[in-house]
Design a protein around this ligand. Structure first.
Ligand code: WQD
Length: 341
């Protein structure tokens, strides 16, 4: 029997790549999305790439009645919850918007799951829940907390809510995936990251400089205690991240209950300068940049231990930093204005 997966936020950056991977692996996908940070164009592109039509409900997770209606209309076997606000800076300025959207959305979703006896959930968390750690690589069992912004705290709080739900419902199975820094795009160059306005994150900023939409990159801090003075992060290809969700679903469908956490990263750290170098190689010319002061809340180094996902989910990253940069650049070149062209 073909299983149906409800993917909330399925037209977002990681969500859209996961939808493709799920379909390739024989799952049926139903998307729930309100397009608050994405475009209906994504659905068109996904349908072309998948070669089939995909059901989508234009629903806001804060609307409990409409969420229930989706569960009433579809026979859902499992849920992957990507929907959520994610801009760190905006969350500092508008914390209530983040708490309301991310927490109420999750609560409405899980209530509907309980009402319709759907017992498998994958939740998108973030390496940000590790706070300001000093020992690398980061393991799932390391302490969490000490997060510097409301966005990160919504992830932390939801992880705790899900732990409580699993403790109270023995037949519930929840996998929390802690993403490190997603990079890259589908190799077709037809879907990718399409941030609103000026990007906050490193890769979209670099590619917009490379294509001439922005003048130069600001490197946030050149005096960190790292080899070249810039921050180190663990970049992982979005297609590898997507495959991690399919593996996590397979794991849940093997009748694994309870609450499990997995890091999804490449296990390797690259500095900001190394990322610039790798982009310069694929773009074929220098990326203009200047070093400015540190950005509030940035930690010097972050990279993952990925042994648990390898051992339990049989997942491994397959695409190196060169491929990540080449795929990001292909998407940027084919769609200089994101889903507007
Ligand atoms: C990477 C490195 C910056 C922009 C955050 C969240 C995480 C996830 C992804 C989202 C850092 C440096 C960046 C720039 C720079 N959230 N940088 N100039 O901060 O590791 O992670 O975004 O959905 O939860 O915490 O990612 O891409 O912003 O930064 O020098 O213009 O690039 O200082 O070292 P980060 P990032």
């Amino acid at each position: 029997m073909i299983k149906t997966i409800l993917v909330t936020g399925g037209t977002g950056y990681i969500g859209s790549h996961t939808v493709l991977d799920l379909i390739k692996n024989g799952y049926r996908v139903v998307i729930l999305d309100d397009f608050s940070n994405s475009s209906p164009k994504v659905l068109e592109q996904l349908e072309k790439l998948a070669g089939e039509s995909i059901s989508l409900y234009n629903v806001d997770l804060k609307d409990a009645k409409q969420v229930e209606a989706v569960f009433a209309a579809e026979e859902i076997d499992a849920v992957i919850n990507f929907a959520g606000y994610k801009a760190v800076g905006e969350s500092v300025e508008q914390p209530l918007k983040y708490y309301e959207n991310n927490l109420i959305g999750l609560i409405n979703l899980v209530k509907a799951m309980q009402e319709f006896a759907v017992k498998k959930l994958i939740f998108s968390s973030s390496a940000t829940v590790y706070g300001q750690p000093e020992i690398m690589p980061l393991k799932e069992s390391d302490p969490i907390g000490n997060v510097t912004n409301p966005y990160g705290r919504t992830k932390l709080i939801i992880e705790e809510i899900l732990t409580d739900i699993c403790a109270a419902n023995e037949d519930f199975g929840v996998v929390t995936l802690r993403y490190f820094n997603p990079l890259g795009a589908d190799e077709s160059g037809e879907i990718g990251e399409d941030p609103n306005g000026i990007p906050n994150n490193l890769a979209p900023y670099i590619t917009q400089v490379a294509i001439g939409k922005l003048e130069k990159l600001s490197v946030f801090g050149g005096d960190y205690p790292t080899e070249d003075g810039t921050c180190i992060r663990d970049y992982v290809h979005v297609a590898d991240l997507a495959a991690g969700h399919t593996k996590a679903l397979d794991y849940l469908f093997q009748d694994n209950q309870g609450y499990e956490i997995f890091n999804l990263g490449s296990g390797v750290g690259y500095s900001v300068y190394q990322i610039i170098d790798n982009f310069e190689k694929v773009v074929g010319r220098p990326i203009p940049y200047q070093v400015v002061g540190r950005r509030a809340g940035d930690i010097p180094v972050s990279y993952a231990a990925i042994d648990k996902a390898k051992a339990v989910l049989n997942w491994s990253p397959t695409k190196d930093i060169g491929i990540m940069c080449a795929d990001t650049w292909r998407w940027q070149q084919k769609h200089p204005n994101g889903f507007q062209d």
